[in-house]
Design a protein around this ligand. Structure first.
Ligand SMILES: [Fe+2]
Length: 192
């Protein structure tokens, strides 16, 4: 039996759900490959920036790696803008949601707030307060988010920077995304 036989959940059996869970585990284990495949969608259109979003993501991750950041932070750097094509106006939510099961909640917060923190460098050109991030000065992820934006993200639009290829990051992403989701051994949240 490779598929459950029920047509409605209230007629399902334990065997059905054991089978579905086995499928889910295989699907979950392959998630990092699908995520990296999606990153390729950021290639091409630069939207007016000096480099496209794909190059920007690789460059941000290259800088984090070169600075000795831990693997989790490097993955955050690589994927932080992956939602740009699906949700241009709140793209950070996509990366935060993808990584949330596998990383420190403070890093999830960092990804979620990176756009506001990044705005320190350009919000003034939109008539907005560049210091808006100061509202979070007491937050435990404030310092790491400032570093992420100031040292790696905002400066990664350089076409001449020796950016590492995606291949260098694949094993790192696989290691982080193969952690037990939310530190658990079983995931019933993945079911509909
Ligand atoms: Fe970015």
């Amino acid at each position: 039996m490779n598929q459950a036989t029920f047509t409605r959940f209230d007629e399902s059996t334990r065997d059905d759900w054991a089978l579905i869970d086995a499928h889910f585990q295989r699907y979950q284990n392959d998630a990092s490959r699908r995520v990296l495949e999606h990153l390729l969608r950021l290639k091409g259109d630069t939207h007016g920036y000096p480099v496209d979003r794909y190059e920007h993501c690789l460059q941000t991750a290259t800088r984090a790696l070169a600075a000795g950041a831990d693997e989790e932070t490097v993955v955050c750097a690589l994927l932080h803008d992956i939602g740009d094509d699906l949700a241009p106006t709140n793209h950070a939510e996509i990366a935060a949601a993808i990584l949330e099961p596998f990383i420190d909640p403070l890093n999830v917060w960092m990804i979620r707030h990176h756009e506001l923190f990044q705005g320190y460098h350009y919000r003034t050109f939109y008539g907005l307060d560049p210091h808006a991030r100061e509202a979070y000065r007491e937050h435990p992820a404030y310092a790491r988010t400032v570093r992420f934006c100031d040292e790696w993200d905002q400066c990664s639009f350089d076409p001449d920077y020796p950016t590492r290829p995606l291949e260098d990051f694949i094993p790192i992403v696989e290691r982080v995304m193969s952690r037990p989701p939310f530190g658990e051994t079983a995931n019933v949240e993945g079911t509909p």
